[in-house]
Design a protein around this ligand. Structure first.
Ligand code: 5AD
Ligand code: SF4
Length: 449
């Protein structure tokens, strides 16, 4: 197969998304696009006529992983599905992918996936199908409406791209410049999601708190204004947003945490490192202190806020003493949960060429120590919930028969057994016990209320 040979049009599809929540969102939208073309979803890659690998390029040898996934799509009879590589690896590698393997038919970047149907037609006609444009026409104007059924908790992309250029990060290159979707498009999509059954919406953006726009009366608004408008949507019980940059954490958004009932008490606000010298080398444009002061203001507005973050260990030149400052900022900030990563040089980013790349053993050791420290805080945060009564949104089935899993306002997972409640219900539970990663609860008895 490959360019030059015609293929039969695919009837079924399977989208596999890697990486961040925005990729999950993009994967859903691609599925909806293919369904609108009359294709049906296949259970897994082996059965589908078209497999879309929606890739992530943020860390590690993501591209290598894609090539091994492609190899695994070969069927026993030697045939394979039509394969599309989408997402950030597609954007970063472009036609290098089709040069390297004949098994890939389509390469499509994150800003061009609304053109997937045309690219499928190209493959069917035997033409090359590589599209890594960042077109001026927004994909959102062209994508079909949201599916008629939604999970109780849905994602909604409101902002994409990044202008911050942290020196380790590939996102400004793969996702492009910061762009905010218009107010009305977001409100319409939120209404459609609620009509389809969503009662929680997580607003997504690489720098979601940099969202800006004008409301339907033409007044300038920031993310806080959008959140306040969404709070008035009947049926929408919970609003979240992620990921935020410290420099875009306005007082108005902090105030919204005190004043907007549907805005959940959770904030993902990455700091990455605790040393000012490393933060400067990362081009983070905030200091350790300015970050801690923002958190103080957030806690003043919403004392019970659950704080989350991202950390990178082993940035080029990071000394032992500088790494200790990362441990100490963790102890000062007291995170409820965190993601922590070993620094991974990304081709084309400034940090990849910096002196003082850190040895893998040193990174392993630092990551272990950081995660042990983070776990102490995560467990303490969860244990503080034991004995409390709270509301959870039931989102999925658990591993045991009859078990359901829901989320607290602070994004902790709660397992409950033997309840007559159903997925999508918001229920009151008593928290019985806590581990580092989840809580166990029981339906709150009305007698004890
Ligand atoms: N190496 C390791 N971690 C990275 N991240 C981004 N780029 C890199 C990299 N080159 C992490 C940051 C970011 C999260 C999404 O991924 O912590 O916040
Ligand atoms: Fe990457 Fe920094 Fe932009 Fe986040 S703010 S996407 S880490 S460049």
């Amino acid at each position: 197969m490959g360019a030059g040979m015609t293929q039969t049009p695919p009837k079924t599809y399977h989208v596999k998304s890697f990486g961040c929540q925005m990729n999950v969102y993009d994967g859903e939208r691609m599925g909806e696009l293919l369904a609108a073309r009359g294709m049906t979803a296949a259970g897994d890659g082996a059965e589908a006529d078209l497999v879309v690998l929606n890739t992530c390029h943020i860390r590690e040898r993501a591209a290598e992983k894609v090539y091994s996934d492609i190899g695994r799509l070969r069927r026993e009879d030697g045939t394979r599905p039509m394969i599309a590589v989408a997402g950030c690896v597609a954007q970063a590698e472009g036609s290098e992918i089709t040069r390297r393997t004949k098994a890939v038919d389509i390469v499509v970047g994150p800003q061009a996936y609304h053109r997937l149907p045309g690219l499928i037609d190209d493959v069917v006609a035997g033409r090359e199908a590589v599209d890594t444009d960042m077109p001026a026409d927004s994909k959102f104007d062209i994508l079909p409406g949201r599916a008629r059924r939604s999970a109780p908790s849905a994602f909604l992309t409101v902002q994409e791209g990044c202008d911050k250029f942290c020196t380790y990060c590939v996102v400004p290159y793969t996702r492009g410049a910061e762009v905010s979707r218009p107010w009305n498009a977001i409100m319409d999509e939120a209404r459609a999601l609620v009509d389809a059954g969503a009662c929680e919406i997580t607003l997504l953006g690489q720098n979601v708190n940099a969202w800006s726009g004008e409301d339907d009366a033409g007044r300038p608004q920031g993310l806080d204004g959008l959140i306040r408008a969404l709070d008035r949507l009947p049926g929408l019980a919970r609003i979240r947003y992620t990921t935020s940059h410290p420099n875009d954490m306005t007082q108005a958004l902090i105030d919204a945490h005190a004043e907007v009932p549907a805005l959940m008490p959770f904030l993902h606000l990455p700091v990455q490192a605790g040393s000012d010298r490393i933060l400067k080398a990362m081009n983070r444009s905030h200091s350790r202190d300015s970050y801690l002061r923002i958190i103080e203001r957030v806690r003043a507005a919403r004392p019970d806020i659950a704080l989350s973050g991202d950390f990178i260990v082993g940035f080029p030149g990071e000394t032992d003493a500088e790494f200790e400052e990362t441990l100490s900022i963790v102890n000062e900030a007291r995170y409820a949960q965190c993601f922590s990563f070993k620094y991974s040089p990304r081709p084309g980013t400034p940090a990849a060429d910096m002196e003082g790349q850190i040895a893998p053993e040193v990174m392993d050791e630092r990551l272990k120590r950081l995660q042990a420290t983070l776990n102490v805080h995560q467990l303490a945060f969860n244990q503080a919930s034991v004995g409390q009564r709270t509301t959870i949104l039931l989102e999925r089935k658990g591993r045991h028969p009859g078990q359901l899993i829901g989320k607290t306002p602070w994004l902790q997972s709660v397992h409950i057994d033997g309840t007559s409640a159903a997925i999508g219900d918001l229920i009151a539970v008593d928290i019985l016990s806590a581990g580092p990663n989840s809580l166990a609860g029981a339906l709150a008895s009305p007698l004890a209320a």
